[in-house]
Structure formats: C-alpha cells, structure tokens
Design a protein around this ligand. Structure first.
Ligand code: C2E
Ligand code: MG
Ligand code: MG
Ligand code: MG
Length: 288
C-alpha cells in the first residue's frame, strides 16, 4: 500500500513537472510571437527633480499586453527573453520605440532605458544605440542607459569597453538598484557612472529603520563627493519625499510622483501632444 502511494505521488510529480515544462515552452513560443504581433508596449515613469521641482526625465518600463493573460510584468518575462536570446531583438525595439517617443518630449526631459546583461553580449549594441538616436533625432545627451552591476560582473573587460564606447557617444550611464549587489561600491571606482539609483528596498524603510536612513545618507554623501547624481527609487509617500529632500537628494522616482503610465498619459503630464509612434518590429527604420 505504501508502495502504491509512493508511485502515485511520483506519477503526480512527473505529470506536474511535465505540465510546468509545457507551460514554459508555451510561454517561450508566445514571447517570440508577441514581438511580431506588437504586444509589447512601453510605460514611462517620471523622474522628478527635487531642486527644480519638475519632471526632468522618464524611465521606459516594458510591458507585455498579452491577449489572454493581460498585462504581464517584465520580472516575469525578461529573464525568459534573456535565456532564449530574444532580449537583443526586444531590447532593440525598446530603444527605438523609447527614443522615438522621447524625441517628442520637451528638451529638458531625459529618457532612461534599462539594458539587460545579455544585451552586452551583442557586439552591435553600440551601433543599435547610435541608430536609435539618429533615426529618432533624440540628442545623445538626453538618453540615460540604466545597468545593474550584473553587467559588470559578467565578462568585465568586454562589457567595460562597451560601456566606455556608449559613454563616448554622449549618453549617460546610470547604476540601477544600487546597494543590492555584492560590490556596488567597487564598481563606482571602475567606471565613471553619471547616476546612482538607490534601490527601493532602502527607500521603503527610510522612516521606520534608522539603518536604512543611515545608508541613504551615506550614498547621498558618496554621490556628491564623486559628483554623481543620486536618485531614490520607490518613493511612495510625501513623508519619504520630505525626508529625502531634507537629506539633499536631487532626484526621486516612485508611485508618489506617478506610477508608470502609457506614452499618451506621460505626454499629457509633460504638457505635449501625444503622437502615435509605433516602431514596427523587424523593420529597420530608415534614415531620410
Ligand atoms: P527597475 O529598472 O529598477 O525599475 C523600477 C521598478 O520599480 C519598476 O517595476 C517600477 O514600476 C517599480 N516602481 C517604481 N516606483 C515604485 C514605487 O513607488 N513602489 C514600488 N513598489 N515599485 C515601484 P517594473 O516596471 O515591474 O520593472 C521591473 C524591472 O524590470 C525593472 O526594474 C528593470 O530591471 C526591468 N525592466 C523593465 N523594463 C525593461 C526593459 O525595457 N529592458 C530591460 N532589460 N529590463 C527592463
Ligand atoms: Mg531601471
Ligand atoms: Mg531599480
Ligand atoms: Mg529593479
């Protein structure tokens, strides 16, 4: 009887694993299809300058508008897109689409785009950025590329030279999720970052946890000593905003200012007229 139960359990797990594998395969196929089907969409979240008291940038955040699943979070599909090698194509679409949209914003509003470590394995990354800027007409100075330290962790030398090439274009390089990695500090020495984005896990606890506050203060100090702009991510309340302002934080981002929103809403927020600028996937935009 015990044996029979055991086998039953085994078959159960086998079936469960099978189903999981099939679900995963289906998701992979679905992802590839989604790009050509135009199911990806960019949301934008404002970066708010506390000194200027205005929005001085927006970060592009990828969304998958799935016909059955609804809006899928990037945390759920970017890791898979990286694994199946789709991230290069997808990342190129993000760059082109975001630059095209940002080119319609006022001149003082920058665009921030996230780059995944896998995109650094593509030698064409620099020319993709050059082309996205040229086609859209967005000046390089208005583009910020956000990387996490995993970019520096993998293949340090090659990725570092790519970062220098990108910086030489005139774009800014930001270190995202600062403080969550193993050696964020040492990476500040190895590359001249333009911006540090303090991870939201520190900001979340800033009022309740004096250690979180101490770390924020230290990072703000560090940023100002190094001449690097420091942005606090995940600001959800006015109390957090005030605490950060008191500490001299220059820039914040978070639900308190605005949740990520579609381009049309962001355009309205920036006081410009929204234009429909869908960059078709797989079609190389031409310079005219
Ligand atoms: P991230 O670059 O650190 O982006 C910030 C994330 O925090 C976003 O999640 C944003 O919606 C969320 N967030 C912003 N303000 C608040 C707040 O006040 N409270 C809370 N709880 N969350 C807030 P999202 O859009 O789900 O993106 C998650 C991550 O996915 C991003 O983290 C980024 O690493 C990655 N990602 C998003 N779009 C792209 C993309 O186009 N390419 C690549 N490679 N990665 C992307
Ligand atoms: Mg980011
Ligand atoms: Mg972040
Ligand atoms: Mg993050």
């Amino acid at each position: 009887r015990a044996k029979a139960d055991g086998r039953g359990a085994f078959h159960f797990f086998e079936r469960a694993m099978d189903e999981e594998l099939q679900a995963r395969r289906a998701l992979e196929l679905d992802l590839r299809r989604a790009l050509t089907a135009g199911e990806f969409q960019l949301y934008y979240q404002p970066l708010y300058h506390l000194g200027d008291d205005r929005v001085t940038g927006c970060e592009a955040l990828l969304r998958w508008n799935h016909p059955d699943r609804g809006m899928v979070s990037p945390a759920d599909f970017i890791p898979i897109a990286e694994e199946i090698g789709l991230i290069v194509q997808l990342g190129e679409w993000v760059l082109r689409q975001a630059c095209a949209e940002a080119a319609t914003w006022p001149d003082h509003v920058r665009l921030a785009v996230n780059l995944s470590p896998a995109q650094f394995r593509d030698r064409a990354l620099v020319s993709t950025v050059v082309s996205a800027l040229a086609v859209s007409g967005l000046p390089a100075q208005r583009l910020e590329l956000e990387i996490t330290e995993s970019v520096l962790l993998q293949d340090n030398v090659a990725n570092m030279s790519m970062l220098h090439d990108l910086k030489a274009l005139g774009v800014r390089i930001s270190m995202d999720d600062f403080g969550t990695g193993y050696s964020s500090l040492s990476y500040l020495r190895s590359f001249p970052f333009d911006k540090i984005k303090i991870d939201q896990t520190f900001v979340r606890d800033i009022l309740e946890d004096s250690d979180a506050m101490a770390i924020i203060k230290a990072v703000l100090d560090l940023g100002s000593s190094l001449g690097i702009v420091t942005t606090a991510e995940g600001v959800e309340t006015v109390e957090q905003l005030n605490a950060l302002r008191d500490q001299g934080c220059a820039e914040i981002q978070g639900y308190f200012i605005s949740r990520p929103a579609p381009a049309s809403e962001i355009a309205r927020l920036l006081g410009v007229e929204a234009r429909d600028l869908r960059v078709p996937e797989g079609r190389q935009a031409v310079l005219t």
